[in-house]
Design a protein around this ligand. Structure first.
Ligand SMILES: Nc1ncnc2c1ncn2[C@@H]1O[C@H](COP(=O)(O)OP(=O)(O)OP(=O)(O)O)[C@@H](O)[C@H]1O
Ligand SMILES: [Mg+2]
Length: 268
């Protein structure tokens, strides 16, 4: 792995009125690295990702992707990125076949090669039977697979994935993990957000933990354990400590236990 920085974020801020969605975040992603963003709901992960894609304008701070500025060089950056958004796929009135042909045309890819590659990915994710079926009629997980395939068809240098794994079955998770590993082995990089601790621990070279718009921990699993003073702890424990939720979660469970004691199921 080289030490070339693909993404640099420095003191980034994004406010929505009073809400400080991103409040001074700094991190970098190296070439060949899988970097995971973790954080409670509303922590600022998606906002950070959208800023990097030039979809939102920051209030303050610097960003660079491939040495370019997302605000100025949005088109050139997007050419080299594959993005899976948090929201479901919007092309519901298309079939996967139409979708992949559309991608081939807007990205100026060879249609025949793109079709062959798309079919290879569909097959590896057990979804080839839906090739000619309207996307609107597919299950949540199968739509998610299409979104992942759509993001990787043009062989992008950098994958930015906003919770790509949620909703996928176990076998598909395994396949997607392999795709990401193969991508980094040939020098590609990945920035992704997830709530699934196991995936993060398994897949990430480094993890950044965001809480209330701030980066509260960053590094390898071992570095995060040191930062949270939790020797040998699981990522979940480290995460709860760094996001200051470890005591509150215990208190919440204690209160729930007391409350459950006072009530019975209808049948009892
Ligand atoms: N367009 C918007 N207008 C106003 N507030 C917004 C907007 N987008 C995000 N926010 C707020 O910014 C904060 C960060 O949201 P964001 O979507 O980045 O969180 P997240 O870490 O991705 O959460 P989740 O895990 O639920 O996806 C939240 O308080 C959210 O309500
Ligand atoms: Mg989000």
């Amino acid at each position: 792995m080289s030490n070339h920085e693909i993404i640099i974020v420095n003191g980034l801020k994004k406010f929505f009125g009073e809400v400080k969605a991103v409040n001074g975040i700094s991190f970098s992603v190296q070439q060949g690295e899988v970097f995971g963003l973790l954080g409670p709901n509303g922590a600022g992960k998606t906002t950070t990702i959208k800023l990097l894609l030039g979809l939102l304008e920051p209030n303050e701070g610097e960003m660079s992707v491939f040495g370019m500025n997302p605000e100025r060089d949005e088109v050139e950056i997007k050419r080299r990125i594959g993005y899976v958004s948090e929201e479901p796929l919007i092309f519901k009135s298309l079939t996967p076949k139409d979708l992949f042909n559309f991608i081939a045309s807007i990205r100026r890819l060879d249609e025949e090669k793109t079709t062959a590659l798309a079919k290879e990915y569909l097959e590896s994710l057990d979804a080839e039977e839906y090739y000619d079926q309207l996307i609107a009629t597919l299950s949540h997980g199968n739509k998610q697979k299409l979104q992942i395939i759509a993001a990787i068809l043009h062989e992008p240098d950098l994958l930015i994935l906003d919770e790509p794994i949620a909703g996928l079955d176990a076998k598909s998770v395994r396949v997607v993990k392999s795709i990401l590993e193969l991508h980094t082995q040939r020098g590609g990089s990945v920035l992704f957000s997830t709530h699934i601790m196991e995936i993060a621990q398994d897949l990430c070279d480094r993890i950044g933990i965001i809480n209330k718009g701030k980066m509260v921990g960053i590094g390898t699993m071992e570095q995060l354990r040191q930062q949270s003073n939790k020797v040998g702890a699981s990522l979940e424990d480290v995460f709860l400590r760094l996001t200051e939720q470890d005591t509150s979660v215990n208190e919440i469970v204690r209160k729930l236990r007391e409350s459950f004691k006072t009530r019975n199921l209808q049948g009892n």
